[in-house]
Ligand binder design. Structure first.
Ligand code: FAD
Length: 528
């Protein structure tokens, strides 16, 4: 298996056609598209593990994924997302379908299953809510319509800014009809509070409750998973591992522990990057997949940003919320523990996501956790038992504010002190308890656990506010024209989750869009 190079150990030459900052799916997809077009691409990754949120980490006898629990559409060979993955991995990445049910929503003792397939989903929702059949049909209609209308919206991002100004308004108009809060749109469909809470239960996939998120984002996620969920066979690191050879085939390379300090701009033109050790690497193209904040608030000099006019528009977007993740290991097989594939979403029983999030954010100690998301990766990956016989893992995720951890921001990983450790221990127990209530056979069987906080996200993935999903998916975000591949700086492009949306599919499509703009080719047409 080919491996990334180490910036500390291996020489980096200066003769690449493009530099990509960040090896997450956004950066790697862009690099792979450019490589397939014959370009020699250098990917620079700050972390010691490649892959951004697709990376895995290992402790003792276990490994865990970090930011990939399920991906929609990849079991359908003709879906856009599967075609993209096949293209950038030369068909090497394989997928395991999660089966009939992909998400299970718990509200107290009530359980609602999200069933794979449009018709199956509709039928099961109508079984749960027989008096709301018309509302459920309407909801699905809205999801499809919102999704269809987004094609023009995202295509517009590929246009040169001047042309965008001329025809952009028209291309964006249809989609923007749905750029209202998810709650507002849902209330137009139904006044059944329970139905709204169940249908918006996946809000954790984009980190904002219905009252705060744009329905455009909600529709993207709901439609993405409607046919079911999938897991990359071999774990989420298979994503990076299968893209890397494609980049290397064209003479490209990925370097880890390679932190970029600055994007070098001369006469409003990006000419390369300056590394943390002050070494300069030049290239005719620079592509940042490090996120909008890192790019505009860190990698570019202030005076450069001032000249672009982006500083003002940057104020109109916000960082998304942070998260906690409890990584658990068991010295029992998935089968012994009777673990299922569907993700669990455990909510308080009042069916009011907005209230629960508000209460929790304003008073975390006294409020119920608004969402406990449980993923069972060892159950989803058919290759798990071969690699880790007799073992199983579980991830539990919930939302958390960066502010709650800010006081420890300057401290070192693993050495943040007793108060921090005690806080983490308390939260770990709380999250485990929520799990044991739903899967009681796990009690007493936990062999290992470790909790990550927004500081871990800051440390490992370089999100300055520990953001879970880059910039927030509010209505204001979708109004911003600067979230596009082309920047006001010549030869500098953006890619990744901040361009289209969060999610592996969102960041992957960001890569496709950015490469299309750079190559001046309609790659969507070519691949699909
Ligand atoms: C807990 C969690 C669960 C998730 N679950 C799912 C899921 O089930 N399904 C799904 O589709 N999506 C999921 N997501 C979202 C998804 O993982 C992300 O939206 C997507 O992977 C983002 O890709 P990206 O390439 O834009 O960013 P990233 O993966 O964050 O990549 C950016 C990279 O840039 C690097 N970088 C930053 N600054 C520098 C620098 N100065 N120099 C060099 N490198 C730098 C970072 O180290 C990082 O590797 C989840 C995310 C999280 C956090």
């Amino acid at each position: 298996m080919s491996k990334p190079k180490s910036y500390a150990r291996d020489e980096v030459s200066d003769n690449y056609d493009a530099i990509v900052i960040g090896s997450g799916i956004g950066g790697m997809a862009t690099a792979a598209y450019l490589s397939k077009a014959g370009k020699k691409v250098l990917v620079l990754e700050r972390n010691y593990a490649p892959g951004g949120f697709t990376q895995i980490f290992k402790r003792r006898d276990y490994e865990w994924d970090v930011g990939v629990h399920y991906i929609g559409e990849t079991h359908r060979p003709n879906s856009m997302i599967r075609k993209q993955f096949d293209y950038i991995t030369n068909g090497k990445l394989e997928w395991a379908f999660m089966g009939e049910v992909y998400d299970k929503m718990f509200f107290g003792d009530d359980v609602y299953e999200y069933r794979s397939g449009k018709e199956e989903f509709i039928t099961s929702m109508k079984d749960y809510f027989p008096s709301d059949a018309a509302a459920i049909d309407k909801y699905i209609e809205y999801i499809y319509e919102a999704q269809r209308s987004q094609r023009g919206f995202f295509m517009e991002k590929a246009l040169p800014p001047l042309m965008g100004k001329v025809v952009g308004g028209r291309m964006r108009k249809k989609a923007l009809k749905y750029n209202r809060s998810t709650l507002e749109v849902m209330q137009e469909i139904t006044d059944n509070k329970k139905l709204i809470a169940v249908l918006t239960g996946q809000f954790g996939d984009y980190g904002l409750p219905p009252g705060k998120s744009s329905f455009m984002m909600h529709a993207m996620v709901a439609k993405h998973y409607l046919a079911g969920g999938n897991y990359p066979i071999g774990g989420s690191s298979s994503i990076f591992d299968t893209i890397l050879p494609v980049v290397q085939e064209s003479g490209g390379d990925v370097y880890i522990t390679a932190e970029v300090k600055e994007i070098i701009v001369k006469n409003n033109k990006a000419i390369g990057v300056r590394m943390e050790d002050d070494r300069e690497i030049t290239a005719p193209l620079v592509i940042s997949s490090a996120g909008i904040y890192n790019t505009y608030n860190g990698l570019l000099a202030n005076e450069t940003v001032e000249k672009t006019g982006v500083a003002e528009t940057l104020k109109k977007v916000e960082p998304s919320i942070g998260h906690l993740c409890l990584y658990m290991g068991f010295q029992h097989s998935t089968a012994d523990l009777q673990l299922e594939k569907p993700n669990f979403w455990i909510f308080p029983d009042n069916y009011d996501h907005d209230k629960n999030i508000n209460d929790y954010l304003s008073n975390p100690e006294k409020s119920e956790i608004p969402v406990v998301y449980v993923s069972f990766p060892s159950a989803k990956d058919p290759d798990w038992d071969r690699r880790y016989p007799g073992k199983a893992t579980i991830d539990i995720v919930t939302l958390a504010s960066y502010e709650w951890y800010k006081q420890w921001a300057g401290t070192r990983w693993k050495k943040r002190g007793n108060e921090y450790n005690e806080k983490k221990e308390k939260l770990s127990q709380q999250l485990m308890e929520a799990l044991f209530k739903k899967v009681p056979q796990l009690r007493g069987k936990v062999d290992y656990y470790e909790l990550s906080t927004p500081l871990s996200t800051q440390h490992f993935a370089n999100y300055q506010y520990g953001e879970l999903y880059g910039i927030d998916h509010t209505t204001s975000r979708f109004e911003q024209r600067f979230l596009r591949p082309k920047t006001p700086i010549k030869n500098l492009f953006l890619t990744g989750q901040d361009i289209i949306s969060c999610g592996v599919g969102g960041a992957l499509s960001g890569g496709l869009l950015t490469a299309s703009v750079i190559l001046k080719r309609n790659l969507i047409k070519e691949i699909y």
